[in-house]
Structure formats: C-alpha cells, structure tokens
Design a protein around this ligand. Structure first.
Ligand SMILES: [Zn+2]
Length: 344
C-alpha cells in the first residue's frame, strides 16, 4: 500500500492540493512515497514509527529506553527518528505526543516529568530544522484522544471524551470534530477537576482533584491509610501493594480492596458527570491500566454517574467504551496529530 498516495503539498500553507495551486510558493511536491514519522515520548520508552498517511499499520517501528534522568534525551530521540526514516521518498511531517504541560502552538515542552532536562524545550523547532520537515506536538492525553478518534474506539463520533487512568489521569476532548486545545493550549487537564475541596493532595500540589482519588497511586495510598488504622485485610503494608495486587485481592473478595476501587469508581462518576455537563460527548473512551480492572471500578462508576447527571438526556445513546489502541495509542495519536495538522 505504501506509495499509493500521490499529491502535492504546499509548505507555506501546509495544505494538500492536487496540483500545487494553493499558492505561488513554488515549493509544492508530488511524491508517491510519502510518509509520516510519529513519536511517543513516554516515561519508560521513546518510540518512533514510520507510517503511510491514513494507514495505522507502521512501515517501521523502533523504541529505546527513555533513561529520563540521564542527559542526552534529545540525541537518543534523534537517533531513533533516523532509524525509522524512509530510505527513499518524502517525509511529510513529524507528529509527537508527550506528557505536558506543553505549548502545542509554539511547540515547546514547558516541563515534563519524563525528561527533567527538557525545561522550556523547543522540540518542534529542533525537529523541524534538523529534519527539514514540519513538526507538530501535543500532550499525550490529546494525542491519544486523536488516535482513538481516527483509528480506535471513537471512530465515526464527532464529540469524544477520552480519559486515561494510570499513574495519573490524562484526557482529551473532541468537540464537533475538533480537538479542544483552549486559549493557552493547556486543555483538557480533566484529572485536575476538584471533586472534594478537602480531599487528599494531588500530584500537582493541590487538593481533592479526581486524580487524587482514582489514579493508581491514589488507590494504593487509600489502602495504606486504611491498613495503618488497623483495618483487617489480606493486603499487608509491608508487601507494598500495587493497584494491580489490590485489584487481585478485590477479585478474591477482600473487603478493603473492593472498597478502594468502589471509592475510586464513585469519584470517577462524580467527575464524569461534570464532564458530560460541560462537553455532552456521544462517547467516553477509557484507556490506561486502571481502566482494565473492569466491573470493580465501572459498576460503582456507572451507579455514581447515573445519580449525578442533572438530566437523563445526557446518558441517552452515550457510549462508554474501552480504548482500542492499547500500547500504540501514543504513536497512532501522533500520526493523527500530524495528519490533522497537515490536512493529509
Ligand atoms: Zn491535581
């Protein structure tokens, strides 16, 4: 299939045109061997893949350890990109997803927990000048939402809410077929919605955000607090329970483990009711490791959500689905970002 697409691209307007009549820049190209490079800047791995636009099957795909606290992350990324760069043909664009906060319009990573040396790091400028192609950046919640919308569980929907439940809570919102970025490009940090002003501290430093109830570390912290009060459980603090071992204990009937997920599900329902009021999506897609525990979390979630929407109309026809892209969500989201930005 690679090489099927023939078109002309104007580098000035970044628009695809049949015969380069989009402007008089003279830079239009016609290339049957066009590709997009997608980057997923993760905490454990840096990943890069080469795709044909519109085709979610990668032509080449490589990964290296991020080694977050060692210098030279950009050099590692650069070498990785070269390893998937096509031997012949044209690269149309590089799309990249990274944890934020970041400025997608300026292409600057303001700060990322994955790579501490990248402070106000001009990733898009570096990539576009060094590789000679347009580059695009967005936060990994937004790119995952784009990926699920273009290639995954939310295909065909126009109003999409994507939520990932893991070590934190990430999100992306698509309204009327457009990714919602906001004035500063800082939308949509839905993990940091206040569900209890007096609630536990959140990773961000504030209190009572939904992330401080529903993320993996939040579930573990709740269990440890209850154990320290002497609550009877098969879980033991000295065995350092994880979100996964707590889920396993819950399946075995451990009351504390069940209550930890019930509490998370209830608060998730409170938060999602507010999201429905704000965005009125036709589908909510859940990704991330915590969402894979199933009914333990989602039974109390559904009950809580139903109780808290202020009109049942919000729930009519609403689909609540598991993310479909798994490990590849970051790469496919970065591909979708490049495609949307280039209109290819
Ligand atoms: Zn927070």
């Amino acid at each position: 299939m690679h090489g099927r697409i023939i078109y002309c691209l104007c580098w000035t307007t970044r628009k695809r045109e049949a015969h380069c009549k989009c402007c008089s820049c003279g830079n239009g190209i016609i290339d049957p061997m066009s590709a997009v490079i997608a980057l997923d800047i993760g905490g454990t791995h840096l990943r890069a893949a080469q795709y044909e636009p519109g085709n979610p099957e990668p032509i080449a795909h490589e990964r290296v350890l991020t080694r977050a606290n060692e210098p030279g992350a950009y050099d590692r990324l650069q070498a990785l990109i070269r390893s998937v760069w096509p031997k012949r043909g044209t690269v149309l664009a590089i799309g990249a997803g990274s944890p934020g906060p970041l400025d997608p319009r300026l292409g600057i990573i303001l700060k990322t927990p994955n790579i501490p040396e990248w402070l106000d790091f001009p990733l898009v400028h570096r990539l576009s000048t060094e590789f000679g192609v347009p580059a695009f950046l967005d936060n990994d919640g937004n790119t995952a939402a784009l990926g699920e919308w273009k290639f995954g569980a939310a295909r065909g929907h126009h109003d999409v809410l994507y939520i990932t439940l893991g070590t934190g809570i990430g999100a992306g919102v698509i309204v009327d077929d457009r990714l919602m970025r906001g004035f500063h490009g800082l939308a949509a940090e839905l993990g940091h919605i206040i569900v209890d002003p007096d609630g536990p501290p959140c990773n961000c430093g504030f209190r009572g955000h939904v992330e401080s109830f529903c993320s993996g570390p939040a579930i573990v912290r709740y269990v440890l607090e209850e154990l320290s009060k002497g609550i009877n459980s098969s879980l033991k603090a000295e065995q350092q329970p994880s979100a996964r071992t707590i889920a396993e204990a819950a399946v075995q009937g451990d009351a504390l483990a069940i209550s930890a997920y019930r509490r998370a599900g209830e608060y998730l329902g409170i938060a999602v009711a507010s999201y429905l009021h704000a965005f009125d999506p036709s589908i909510v897609v859940f990704g991330g490791g915590i969402s894979s525990v199933g009914p333990l979390l989602f039974d109390p979630f559904h009950a809580s959500l139903k109780q808290r929407v202020f009109h049942p109309r919000y729930l009519e026809g609403l689909k609540i689905e598991k993310a479909a892209l798994g490990d590849d969500a970051g790469l496919l989201g970065a591909l979708a970002l490049a495609q949307i930005s280039m209109q290819v």
